[in-house]
Design a protein around this ligand. Structure first.
Ligand SMILES: [Zn+2]
Ligand SMILES: [Zn+2]
Length: 278
């Protein structure tokens, strides 16, 4: 199994970091978790793409995590040679989001259907709204979903992917909580979104300070990893974006609480699961 960070950024536009998105390459195919800004540009860099995703999983419906759903939905359809419905998993509200996305795309769908004689079907998705339990079981790959805590955003979920003996958890945006602990127990890799509490408090901007109460700080994520016996902690969705030369500070803040390997995400960072060297 491989974990590829397609976007290590946050809502704030950054020339080096696309929006939140993580690709997990499994024996059941390419599984995409969240689809932030620029996701298909980054997917193209690793030979994947809208038509190649085995399924798309959303952790929650905050705009930074879903902003390029329309691009995936359109490209999967417009580049297909036969109907290819998108398997889409997400918390309750995902079906409404898909419907609204399709409504927004309606003029484009009309243009393309009218113009391309061989494109005779509409885009489509198979939507599953999920909150808890095993939601995908194919060959050696099993995916479990569980509730996280990103209140007042509700509901939000995390995912655990088991492929044979290896396991990866995608936490999404959350504070430490029992639902995430359950997913993380004994996992090889935890991909966790984090913010730097110390820096955000120094800035003192109310709009930014607001994010502290529903995100994990670096120590929070490290404690979750330690409490659950995780092997490797991969920090992503970095707020604020690390200034050049300060990467070590992020790692040091985690290492105070966690003995395992800590890695700071960059776009296209690729991790072989079970191999501690990125
Ligand atoms: Zn969020
Ligand atoms: Zn976010």
């Amino acid at each position: 199994m491989q974990v590829i960070i397609l976007g290590s950024g946050s809502p704030l536009p950054d020339p080096q970091r696309a929006g939140p998105a993580t690709l997990v390459r499994t024996s059941a195919g390419d599984l995409l978790f969240d689809c932030g800004r620029g996701v298909l540009m980054r997917a193209a860099a690793v030979g994947s793409g809208a038509g190649a995703f085995r399924a798309l999983f959303l952790t929650h419906l905050h705009s930074d995590h879903i902003t390029d759903l329309n691009d995936i939905y359109t490209m999967r359809w417009a580049m297909s040679f036969q109907p290819n419905p998108l398997p889409l998993f997400g918390p309750p509200g995902t079906a409404t989001l898909l419907k609204a996305t399709e409504a927004m795309l309606e003029p484009d769908i009309g243009y393309r259907l009218a113009h391309h004689g061989d494109l005779q079907w509409r885009p489509s998705a198979e939507v599953s709204e999920v909150e808890r339990g095993v939601i995908f079981d194919e060959g050696t790959v099993r995916i479990t979903v569980g509730p996280t805590d990103h209140a007042p955003v509700r509901p939000t979920v995390g995912y655990r992917i088991d492929d044979g003996k290896k396991s990866v958890v995608i936490a999404g945006d959350t504070v430490p909580c029992a639902g995430l602990d359950e997913l993380c127990r004994g996992a090889d890799v935890l991909v966790h979104t984090v913010v730097r509490r110390d820096l955000i408090e120094q800035f003192g901007l109310p709009r930014l300070t607001d994010v502290l109460d529903y995100h994990s700080s670096v120590p929070n994520a490290a404690q979750t990893a330690a409490r659950n016996g995780v092997g490797l902690l991969l920090l992503t969705h970095l707020v604020p974006t690390p200034a050049p030369g300060t990467e070590q500070e992020w790692l040091d803040q985690a290492r105070v609480h966690f003995d395992g390997t800590v890695v700071l995400a960059t776009d296209l960072l690729t991790l072989g699961v079970g191999d501690s060297t990125p």
